[in-house]
Design a binder for this molecule. Structure first.
Ligand code: ZN
Length: 265
């Protein structure tokens, strides 16, 4: 992905390095964010979650995670090799919305067929990662918004990567509506499992834009590659691949021993 065109920062006049597909970009010099698709300044509140863990600290988190938890091979910690680590600041939209879903339908579980109607009011702070085609587990990531600070380039460690958003806040709102509708429908299935009418009324309260640091740790276990994602602000493991049980004879016996006699030290 190369430079596609030359755009100047409205604030400091520096040339912005613009990559294909990016829409909301941050000036490398002054930290001002722009919408390069519309040519307008970006007016949302832009925050950052500071990174609190360096390489060594994040390795410690990973080692602790490997040695803990019932589903993991007992020798995961001793047999794994960390092969790579990188920290990237990911752009998230947080869409604060209220929604009222009115529904009609039938409840047929338990043999009957009862007609029901009602409405479900909910408030959401819905997270949307501003990157297309990403497999990042956004739902599993509890973004620690209480730790957010005003965006400032000096809060990004020299070796960390920084990603711009590939769509703007309007797209983020549209995506939120689609996902929240699905979620509301899922909740309502408890009341009516045969829906005849459903209508969603959204009120978007506010959208904010947050860059959050995520460590990606690559490791190998018995020669196969796996990955762990760690929040760089809190140190919480967002998601970690757990290898299948060690099928070697030694691995089998140590897992059995642990199953019967408790956690092996
Ligand atoms: Zn600038």
């Amino acid at each position: 992905m190369g430079l596609i065109r030359d755009v100047k920062c409205h604030n400091c006049g520096a040339s912005l390095s613009l990559k294909a597909g990016e829409v909301i970009i941050t000036c490398d010099f002054c930290g001002t964010a722009f919408n390069v698709a519309s040519g307008k300044d970006f007016f949302l509140e832009h925050s950052i979650l500071p990174s609190n863990f360096d390489n060594k600290k994040v390795d410690d988190i990973v080692r602790t995670w490997m040695g803990d938890g019932p589903l993991k091979p007992s020798n995961l910690r001793s047999r794994s090799i960390i092969t790579g680590r990188s920290q990237v600041f990911l752009p998230f939209y947080i869409v604060h919305t209220n929604v009222r879903t009115s529904y009609k339908g039938f409840f047929t579980r338990g043999g009957g067929r009862e007609e029901r109607s009602g409405s479900l009011d909910r408030e959401y702070y819905w997270k949307v990662l501003g990157r297309r085609g990403s497999k990042f587990p956004t739902k599993e990531y509890e973004i620690p918004l209480s730790g957010k600070e005003d965006f400032n380039l000096s809060k990004i460690p020299a070796k960390a990567k920084y990603l711009n958003a590939e769509f703007d806040e309007k797209d983020a709102q549209d995506m939120t509506k689609v996902e929240v509708q699905d979620h509301q429908r899922f909740l309502i299935m408890d009341q009516v499992n045969e829906v005849s009418e459903m209508d969603h009324d959204f009120e978007i309260e506010d959208v904010e834009f947050v860059h959050a640091p995520v460590w990606r740790i690559d490791y190998t276990y018995n020669g196969s590659p796996f990955q762990i994602l760690v929040c760089g602000n809190t140190g919480n493991v967002i998601r970690g691949d757990i290898p299948p049980p060690d099928l070697s004879v030694g691995g089998f016996f140590s897992d059995m021993k642990r199953a019967f006699f408790g956690k092996r030290k």
